[in-house]
Ligand binder design. Sequence first.
Ligand code: SF4
Length: 352
Amino acid sequence: MDWFARHLLAWFDRHGRKDLPWQRDPTPYRVWVSEIMLQQTRVQTVIPYYERFMARFPDVASLARADLDEVLHLWTGLGYYARGRNLHRAAIQIEQGGSGFPSTREGLEALPGVGRSTAAAVLALAYGKQAAILDGNVKRVLSRFHAVEGDVSRTATLNELWEHAGSHTPERRLGHYAQAIMDLGATVCVRRAPKCDLCPVAGRCKAFANGRAEEFPHRRRSRHKPVRRSRMYVIATHSGAFLLERRRAAGVWGGLWTPPQRSGDCTPMEICRELGIDERSVEQHRTGAVFRHTFSHFHLDIEPVYLVLDKKPGQAAEGERTRWYRPGGTQPVGMPAPAVKLLAGAVDGAAD
Ligand code: SF4
């Protein structure tokens, strides 16, 4: 075990997190779900989602049998919904394969949504196998500790970081080491203002020694995000039902349900005609304040348009792509956070 691993493990024994829900019974399935949820998301945010998910889907078989809508419903608000879709597809793949949960790097990486680092985390945390991890937190720790100057989005830099990751990974206490290095990145070697005075590896950290900790990891300057505009039509009846549309499987919010979303040029009458709603049944319509939702690669400015109908139109077909939805009802649907917010605002507005 090298100097880095020794100091990290001694720190973990004193300060590491040892009672997270997925650490209590670290089966491959539980670790896998936690690792997918933790991608791009903080531990404290993940915990309640994880607990609800495990209560409903305690094992691969129950997840594979589930309806995608229910999976995405439990994901509502967690973001990056492709993760939920991939978990569901992977569970089906595991069940259909008939060989149980994969226990090799190749088997794990063959699952949708599982890359090299996630596979390594499952191997180390659930199976106790030697495998180097390089998630976002670990990249930050190692690029600082070794003062890796290259852009972390480049393959050559990543290869250098993988080498460092592999060279520090010990032969024993693999689960603890994996948890320790991820914890160090999440709690001490944080993105802004790292707490180097509390760090167990500060004594040999090159970035710290040179007073350059926050300069790492180097990233290409992010391009300016374009702004797109659209309207969301919150179509409601007096009885509190809302018309939702299912989005295409590919693309952002794929497979989720939202109020019908159209370009900024679409008028309320056009959307009524398109959806088979008699324009004469529209009792009120008003526009709400534009709000912004930011994706990883663009901003979306959404202008809500609220339509209240005097009755549920018979023609607006319910089926694969549209359905009437009652918030708080029993039918689970996956909705992105802005859609949840719009419906909640519409319900509150109606109650005023
Ligand atoms: Fe990160 Fe500071 Fe520790 Fe270096 S000394 S690994 S920069 S927290």
